[in-house]
Design a protein around this ligand. Sequence first.
Ligand SMILES: *[C@@H]1O[C@H](CO)[C@@H](O)[C@H](O)[C@H]1NC(C)=O
Ligand SMILES: *[C@@H]1O[C@H](CO)[C@@H](O)[C@H](O)[C@H]1NC(C)=O
Length: 268
Amino acid sequence: MAGDSFFFFFFFFVILFLVFFSALACDRCVHPARAGYSSSFSAFSAGTCGYGSMALGFAGGHVAAASSALYRGGVGCGACFQVRCKNEKVCSGEGVKVILTDLNRRNDTELVLSRPAYLGMARHGMADELKKLGIVDVEYKRIPCEHENRNLSLRVEEKSRRPRNLAVKFLYQGGQTDIVAVDVAAVGSTSWQYMSREHGPVWRTDRAPAGPLQVRLVVTGGYGGKWIWARQEVLPADWRTGSVYDLGVQIADVAREVCSSCDSRDWQ
Ligand SMILES: *[C@@H]1O[C@H](CO)[C@@H](O)[C@H](O)[C@H]1NC(C)=O
Ligand SMILES: *[C@@H]1O[C@H](CO)[C@@H](O)[C@H](O)[C@H]1NC(C)=O
């Protein structure tokens, strides 16, 4: 009997714990914020996520710098958000979808959108009005990223030196999860070498096996992790810095959180 109630309370607290922390992590809920814009494209190509000029090609140049709460030390790089301004006279109810590429250090707004993204929040014919406002009240929520006709890919960073020193940047990460672990192994081998997050979307190791290489990663959303495994050759033996390699897989998972009260449906 005592044993039964012990287990009852044990599971009760485990469930309470999971519900509590996943509610905290429920980042697809809608949040209020202030958003401004930057018309300087060079600011975004110098973004702290390190996507360079590539960032301007993401989502038609709909990119954003966000405060540290969304940037999360770089883990938030590449995450997608839907943002709409609350001025119904000037702004559409749908808002825009943006990709996070930079840390916003301004203290007057949480979000700084690229100019096309900011103006994209406007109702038809109201772009000039919105531009005049400069900074507006918005609401935003995290949404799954959709990279049409793109698989998850790796760009080999310039600091890499074949074969041992390998630094890769993840590109076109779909879904709504965070990458929390990355391993590489020679194709056909079970001897996996872990990589460490260097910053934002860049992971590195100084002990890469000789190629060709396969790659696996763990993604999480709320609680629970999932392996994403590119079993075929991802990097050839003669991988080159500056080249982008397709993993042949894509992530479509949405965070498995207990946040039904704020579940994500696209704003129309
Ligand atoms: C925000 O930054 C400006 C200058 O960059 C500074 O003058 C102001 O005191 C800051 N405000 C807060 C609340 O930190
Ligand atoms: C994505 O990966 C699949 C499976 O490996 C492949 O058939 C497809 O061509 C890839 N898509 C693109 C756009 O490269």
